[in-house]
Design a protein around this ligand. Structure first.
Ligand code: AGP
Length: 607
């Protein structure tokens, strides 16, 4: 069974270079999964040798193991004159990383081509039936079952209803793209995982993420769950399971395409780190109504819950400390994947605030669905317009950080923290103070991004590059900074790092401290300062190497990286410094592509 979390792209229309269009589209979606890739295009005529082997009105497939980003498409395949093509870049969970398991998958007649993101939970029972009927399978994947099931239905009905009826047989959260060469049509259908349709002039595009389509058109439809769209000469949108025709809802995207380019930067990770002053300023200057509305929702609610996964969960954690400190307001915190087991006390008076860059993380999407069933109000803070969480929410704040291409989140987190900070100040009617603090913070981050400051961080990276373990401690508001610094070091440089609340040190972890064990100390100039310094002294007493990050130096620090004293916002420069340290550690350790860490993908759409 292949549970996958991948990039899907498809094209049908007036242009004859479908292979090239799909190849370029997939490259823009590579951050969604990058262990293997494949493209299928319809062969219209059989002039070229490669085409004659396949025959007219069939699909020809090119599949490879490895990153599409480094790949060059076979020139013969590129030269095929075709106006219909689909492609896929994979992140495997089940079924090895092999050419056979790479998508697209074809039926026995090679006239049906399928790509997939998600799970077909009942694939084995369907496969057994199809094998008995004589279908021949070429892969171990669950996805290929759908191609043969459509083929089976095509023996007694037309393409559209064959896809509809086959789709209705499947169980599990999935997004599919199916191409059919005899009719030259493309069908997309889903019950989970994102799909966006791009509407051009006599041509259509389908992708897992709008970023893949921006180059071609800004007019898009965000496919909802249990919808199916048929694309060919025109567009038809159907509601599943019965196929009732409905009117498409068009969106015009404001995003600029160049957002998907590295510009002068070697990696998207560094580019996105350098975009953070702009992101902070944008929120400080333009988000007062959004944050005021969110503050009033929190005020009216009887119980507010903030949740997220990974980096986004640290924004939620920070939010609970922030509201307690600034607004004297209790906010509950939960990791997304655990909220399923904590939500029995949600009522129609509850407010749930899911925080997510992609808006597609299944471990957040699913509990939000359940929270809605309990009548809770949903106020989502996300970075992707039209994402599932964006559409699920009653109230939505778009972070405006622009597309984030590096798998590791940076500017999206800083945007999340800036929104929460402004909301907490709005809650006490002092958004003017929040705005001033954020503008001062943006200035401090600009200073940190100056070459002289970067040189200091590079020096520290050289010193720590061969360390096996790095520990990070923080207290209060800076506890979330310690956890985020740890995650960045782990997922970017592959050094084992552990972050924890300074007070937890003596309850076990201090046993791991040996001579020169590095420990980064997030030391903010607030009520936690003295306690976190004494924690640093306890580590130093056991030979630890202490790296202090904050506004106030101290003799216990062997290395000190200074930030401005930005009160509650001090966490922002602390995190930016950690992002840069993680990036330069990765370069020092020879990691070729810090934008695509091994085993990771940008949005986690399977559980
Ligand atoms: C970020 O650096 C991580 N790769 C990951 O933890 C991420 O934060 C998490 O998967 C949540 O993603 P989201 O913000 O898109 O929901």
């Amino acid at each position: 069974m292949t549970k996958n979390m991948c990039g899907i792209f498809g094209y049908v229309g007036k242009q004859g270079n479908a292979a090239e269009i799909v190849f370029d589209g997939l490259k823009l979606l590579e951050y969604r999964g990058y262990d293997s890739w494949g493209i299928a295009v319809k062969v219209k005529s059989s002039k070229l040798k490669v085409q004659s082997d396949v025959g007219k009105n069939r699909f020809i497939v090119e599949k490879h193991v490895g990153k599409i980003g480094d790949a060059v498409l076979n020139s013969q395949f590129l030269a095929i004159n075709s106006n219909l093509g689909i492609g896929h870049t994979r992140w495997a969970t089940h079924g090895g990383v092999t050419v056979a398991n790479a998508h697209p998958h074809l039926d026995c007649t090679k006239t049906v081509a399928v790509i997939h993101n998600g799970i077909i939970e009942n694939f084995s029972e369907i496969k057994k039936k199809l094998l008995k009927m004589g279908h021949k399978f070429r892969s171990e994947t669950d996805t290929e079952v759908f191609a043969h099931l459509i083929e089976q239905y095509l023996t007694k009905e037309g393409f559209t209803s064959a896809v509809r009826d086959a789709f209705n047989q499947l169980r599990g959260l999935s997004a599919f793209l199916v191409a059919y060469s005899p009719s030259g049509e493309l069908v997309a259908a889903k019950t989970g995982s994102p799909l966006v349709v791009g509407v051009g002039d006599n041509e259509f595009f389908v992708a897992s993420d709008a970023i893949g389509i921006l180059k071609h058109t800004k007019k898009v439809i965000f496919l909802e769950d249990d919808q199916m769209v048929i694309l060919g000469k025109n567009i038809r949108l159907l509601e599943l399971p019965w196929g009732k025709e409905i009117n498409p809802k068009y969106n015009i995207l404001e995003w600029k395409f160049e957002g998907a380019k590295k510009g002068k930067f070697e990696h998207f990770l560094l580019k996105e780190i350098y975009e953070q002053p702009r992101v902070i300023k944008n929120i400080a200057l333009n988000y007062s109504s959004e944050t005021k509305n969110l503050a009033s929702l929190i005020e009216k609610a009887f119980g507010t819950f903030m949740l997220g996964c990974g980096t986004a969960s640290y924004a939620a954690l920070f939010g609970t400390y922030l509201f307690s400190k600034i607004a004297k307001k209790h906010i509950n915190f939960s990791i997304g994947s655990e909220f399923n087991y904590l939500e029995s006390y949600l009522t129609s008076k509850s407010l749930v605030i899911p925080i997510s860059q992609s808006g597609e993380t299944i471990d957040v999407v699913e509990p939000i669905e359940k929270a809605k069933e309990r009548g809770a109000k949903i106020a989502a803070i996300v970075n992707v317009l039209g994402s599932t969480l964006y559409r699920q929410a009653d109230y939505k704040i778009l972070l405006g950080a622009g597309s984030e291409k590096a798998v590791v989140g940076t500017k999206s987190l800083i945007a999340m923290i800036s929104v929460l900070l402004l909301t907490a100040y709005a809650y006490v009617g002092r958004e003017d103070l929040g705005k001033k603090l954020l503008l001062k913070t943006a200035k401090n981050v600009e200073d940190i991004l100056r070459d002289s400051f970067i040189a200091e961080i590079k020096k520290l990276a050289q010193e720590l590059k061969n360390k096996e373990h790095i520990y990070v401690i923080g207290r209060g508001l800076s506890y979330a900074a310690a956890l985020e610094a740890t995650l960045k070091i782990k997922e970017t440089s592959y050094i084992h790092a552990e972050g924890f609340a300074g007070g937890e040190l003596k309850h076990g972890v201090i046993a791991l401290i040996e001579k020169n064990t590095p420990c980064i100390v997030m030391a903010s100039n607030d009520q936690t300062y003295d306690d976190i310094v004494s924690n640093a002294q306890e580590i130093k007493a056991r030979g630890g190497l202490i790296v202090g990050i904050g506004p106030k130096d101290n003799e216990v620090f062997d290395r000190f990286i200074e930030t401005q004293d930005l009160k509650e916002a001090t966490i922002i420069p602390q995190i930016v410094i950690s992002q840069l340290l993680a990036y330069y550690l990765a370069l020092e350790r020879g990691i070729v592509d810090p934008d695509k860490p091994r085993n990771l993908a940008k949005s986690v759409t399977v559980k």
